[in-house]
Design a protein around this ligand. Sequence first.
Ligand SMILES: Cc1ncc(COP(=O)(O)O)c(C=O)c1O
Length: 390
Amino acid sequence: MLPMFRELPRAGTPLKWQDIRSAGLYAVTSGSPFAAAFARWLSVERVWVVSSGRAALCLILRELAKRSPRREVIIPAYTCPTVPLAVARAGLQVRLCDVDHATGNLDARGLAEAVGDETLAVVPVHMHGIPCDMRLILPLALKHGVFVVENCAQAAGATLDGQKIGSFGDASFFSLGRGKGFTAYEGGIGRIADSRLPIADYRGEITEGLAEGLTIAKLLAMAVFFHPRLYWLIRALPLGWDNEVYGLDFAISRMGRFRHGLALSLLGRLDEIVAERRQKAEYLRKQLRGVPGVQLLEPPVGSRPSYPWLPMLVEKRDKSVRRLRAKGLGAYRLFTCSLNQYEYLQGIVSQGSYAAAEYVAAHLITLPTHEYVTRWDMDQMVTLLAEVAF
Ligand SMILES: Cc1ncc(COP(=O)(O)O)c(C=O)c1O
């Protein structure tokens, strides 16, 4: 097969020369701290920065577990497999709750049934940057004395009733991982509202020297290859990007200064980036509404999703992805199993049947919304889905 000479990256954020330059400067000088700038942006008192989103979740849960004898954490049955692994790494038990077919997020009624005397925390995941309805989840959690830990890995910049996602729960975390709407290649941001927690001083297993250098090299490669004319080159390499098997042995460490600087630079235009993505997602949604075989996931009233990509459920999913990919349109099957279906998670997650989560896993397609996606690309996506989705 001939190599494809134009292929849209499926997710992620293009980095600019100015981001790299700012990151380099930040690494060698003492710039104003990224964590403080992010806390201001989120309108919270303070946040701390670690090596990944999963590391942040694990640290949050370890801290919450000190405040209660309860040991169970409720998470949605369709989300990133690193979520149950972070719960297990914190020494806690995972209980799955089905998702809502219409939003793809935690089902509030299911949650009311799942919460019990053993529930330490619930982790609503704002999947695809679509806010969970915190107006339903927070009172329920309060009633049962359960902590709410917002998973904002995909949701930097989303709002609900004008308030930023990540500022609602008792705690929250963001991911700065590759492929996210707000990225430093790897990294995580955590927050605990009522915090005397010394995590800001967290030392852990410090990533420095060679490991940090390697991460920066990968970050620079990502910056270069995140372009429709070059992306196919890096996709042709066996980098394991489609691998959905993750381990319990993830690093819990600090994030290097270069990446702090990069994140600070991106934060300066994050609202602009999110607004552009939202605009593209809204255009696609408008065109796709009523297309047979396509079901759009619906954000709750009063919310503004961040859409790092646009999710939808498609009847003929695999055929549609193949056809969209053949045209270089960046379609992707995000996580192809619900958490109860991954063999390597058995023994970590509760077993049972989670019909909506299984349906989502079998039908989800994401389409890119980043700055390289043109109106022409979006019209092509819609035309093709209208041909093959049903
Ligand atoms: C919903 C969700 N939660 C948690 C994570 C974990 O973030 P990280 O890769 O930074 O550990 C991800 C990353 O893909 C995610 O999508």
